[in-house]
Design a protein around this ligand. Structure first.
Ligand SMILES: [Zn+2]
Length: 307
């Protein structure tokens, strides 16, 4: 269900109905023009690396809810449960972030479309701030303009079986995501793009990377998966891993240059080969890139290179 909600969140009509100020409309316009800002696995991984460097083993003096309204209302007990405890570990699973505390609780974050963290020495209110973690010498702030992100608190022993995580497919960069796994799942009635987008098949891929992966694999996004040949499975699996690793590497480079400040983190521009390039010429064959809609979301591909 969580996947479906996140899946629906990309439908422009739904987004347009959520504008609450002109500056948001402007932000959103830029967002779509750039078409490269939505957090998927590499972006969430980059945020994880940043947070690990900055908030692990920092004592949480208090947690303040500035605005409880996210995709799910923030549990008001968060402040009580987490005050005076330490974040001992931070993990990523698919597009989720997990903060493990030393008091047997875990916070589960989803960045939605526009969720991001910033670190400040002194808190400086910004519109759309939702949560402030106060540490001894700094503050971690979660801000989310669109409010499709969320944070929930769980007991450590319950987190693995929570509805958000229990049905997630393998991590695409793990050895579990391989030719054999892919082959076992080809009996579904769907097309290749929707299969890759399905978080229960593989966790962490989103709209942008799916277009990129299929472009690199020379496979048309609408192709029914029963028509995917064996050698193409290898191509897809390899493309998934190569593209994600490269994007994480680029994100890592960005983070290295990031000094703790109040700058927005977690988003970096990567070099997209096909996503957002409709009407532009294909970087492989000069043919025009086309844009179609699949399950309410934009897909970009080259009719010449992708069959
Ligand atoms: Zn082409």
């Amino acid at each position: 269900m969580s996947f479906i909600r996140s899946y629906l969140s990309d439908i422009p009509e739904k987004i347009l109905s959520t504008f609450d100020c002109l500056s948001c409309l402007f932000d959103e316009f830029n967002f779509f023009c750039n078409s490269c800002d939505m957090p998927e696995l590499p972006e969430v991984e980059t945020v994880k690396v940043f947070l690990r460097k900055n908030v692990i083993n920092e004592k949480t003096l208090s947690v303040k809810i500035v605005n409880k309204n996210l995709r799910f209302v923030i549990n008001k007990d968060i402040s009580k449960i987490l005050s005076n405890s330490n974040i001992t570990k931070i993990y990523r699973r698919g597009k989720y972030l997990l903060f493990l505390y030393d008091n047997e609780h875990t916070l589960l974050f989803h960045l939605g479309m526009t969720g991001f963290f910033r670190i400040e020495r002194k808190y400086d209110f910004r519109k759309h701030d939702h949560l402030i973690f106060k540490f001894l010498k700094k503050k971690l702030v979660f801000n989310d303009v669109r409010k499709f992100g969320f944070v929930k608190i769980f007991k450590n022993k319950e987190i693995v079986n929570c509805s958000h995580l229990k049905n997630l497919g393998p991590e695409p960069l793990s050895s579990k995501f391989c030719y054999e796994y892919f082959k076992r799942n080809l009996n579904r009635k769907t097309n290749i793009k929707n299969l890759l987008m399905n978080q229960n098949f593989v966790a962490g891929l989103g709209n942008i990377y799916c277009s990129e992966i299929l472009f690199r694999s020379n496979i048309k996004p609408t192709r029914p998966i029963r028509l995917i040949k064996d050698y193409e499975i290898y191509k897809i699996v390899n493309s998934v891993k190569e593209i994600l690793l490269n994007s994480i590497k680029l994100g890592g480079t960005t983070i290295k240059n990031f000094v703790v400040s109040n700058e927005k983190i977690g988003y970096f521009k990567n070099e997209l080969m096909v996503y957002g390039r409709n009407e532009m010429s294909c970087l492989k064959c000069k043919n025009k890139i086309v844009k179609i809609t699949q399950s309410g979301r934009s897909t970009f591909f080259c009719t010449q290179c992708q069959k």
